[in-house]
Write a protein that binds this ligand. Structure first.
Ligand SMILES: Nc1nc2c(ncn2[C@@H]2O[C@H](COP(=O)(O)OP(=O)(O)OP(=O)(O)O)[C@@H](O)[C@H]2O)c(=O)[nH]1
Ligand SMILES: [Mg+2]
Length: 289
């Protein structure tokens, strides 16, 4: 999983001098792990500079310097999801189809219920009838009511009804599941900003979290997705799913560096407990372990 993403990198550095040949080899290995060319270049020039300054006399120093470079790309500190100071909290989940939005909503609903909060789920994916059932199944397991409309209904209207239902039923957090595609030609991004505007109108503020869900195994595609979604609504965090199914995952460095949006959660399986908080330091260490 996360462990040993760059093990090959450390293996090939071990016992060798950090010369230009080694640097080029390293850059290539980073790119093969799905780190973007830009970000790999950034890491390698940092290393080249350190070598020039004589800061990495041994192979161990070089590995440590690369690990530090990775850690600084990922940022620092805990990234707890935000709650409204008072009133109803709204978390909006966006992303292309199949990345794991509905599953992540379900996992978080489960966690919130365990913590004694009162989640309510909004089925704003009205594209597929099965999407509503899938969310209802998670809702049953997490003991969270689900507000849904018929397939094809206006997602913004469902968001509106969900907030109203949370008010009348005393629920304190609304998790909004959205579609990865739409029935109509109307733009997905417009639809998402419409949902966000419903929150503003109803509660007087933007959603506390707008989380972009990305499949960690999709490589550079993830970066393109992040860039286009960032244009629709201000993203507050990223959820990278399917870590359990990828041997690469270097995309996490590129999205962190090139979007500036913090990675907050990582999906490591299909079960309710398989969503974990992202800790940048620990992650950087594990990548090289
Ligand atoms: N192995 C693994 N599978 C996951 C993870 N997250 C989601 N999945 C699976 O990925 C598939 C798609 O997940 P969904 O939650 O339906 O994805 P979605 O983004 O809601 O998809 P659409 O509603 O079609 O846009 C399902 O089979 C999930 O069980 C994860 O972290 N690990
Ligand atoms: Mg879905």
């Amino acid at each position: 999983m996360l462990k040993g993403l760059f093990r090959k990198v450390t293996q090939s550095m071990s016992g060798r001098k950090l010369d230009e040949e080694m640097l080029e080899e390293l850059e290539e290995q980073l790119v093969m792990s799905d780190v973007s060319i830009d970000t790999a270049g950034h890491l390698i020039s940092g290393l080249r500079e350190a070598a020039r300054r004589g800061e990495v006399p041994t192979d161990e120093d070089a590995i440590q310097a690369l690990q530090d470079g990775v850690a600084s790309l990922l940022g620092s500190g805990d990234r707890p999801l935000r709650f409204a100071a008072d009133g109803i909290t709204v978390w909006l989940f966006v992303g292309v189809n199949g990345v794991g939005k509905t599953t992540s909503v379900g996992k978080l609903a489960h966690k919130l219920s365990q913590q004694g909060r009162k989640p309510l789920l909004a089925a704003c994916d009205t594209f597929r009838a099965a999407a509503i059932e899938q969310l209802q199944e998670w809702g049953r397991r997490a003991d969270a009511p689900v507000v849904a409309a018929q397939s094809g209904a206006d997602p913004a209207a469902v968001a509106h009804d969900a907030i109203a239902a949370a008010r009348s039923r005393g629920r304190d957090i609304v998790l909004i599941d959205t579609a990865g595609r739409l029935h109509t030609k109307s733009n997905l991004m417009n639809e998402l900003s419409k949902i966000a505007r419903v929150t503003e109108r109803e509660l007087g503020r933007a959603p506390e979290e707008t989380l972009l869900v990305l499949d960690a195994s999709t490589g550079q595609n993830g970066l393109t997705q992040a860039q286009s979604f960032a244009g629709s609504a201000p993203l507050t965090g990223l959820i990278l799913t399917k870590w359990d199914g990828t041997a690469k995952g270097g995309i996490i460095l590129s999205v962190a560096r090139e979007t500036g949006v913090p990675v907050k959660l990582i999906g490591v399986g299909e079960k309710a407990d398989d969503l974990i908080a992202f800790n940048p330091q620990k992650f950087a260490e594990e990548m090289f372990s």
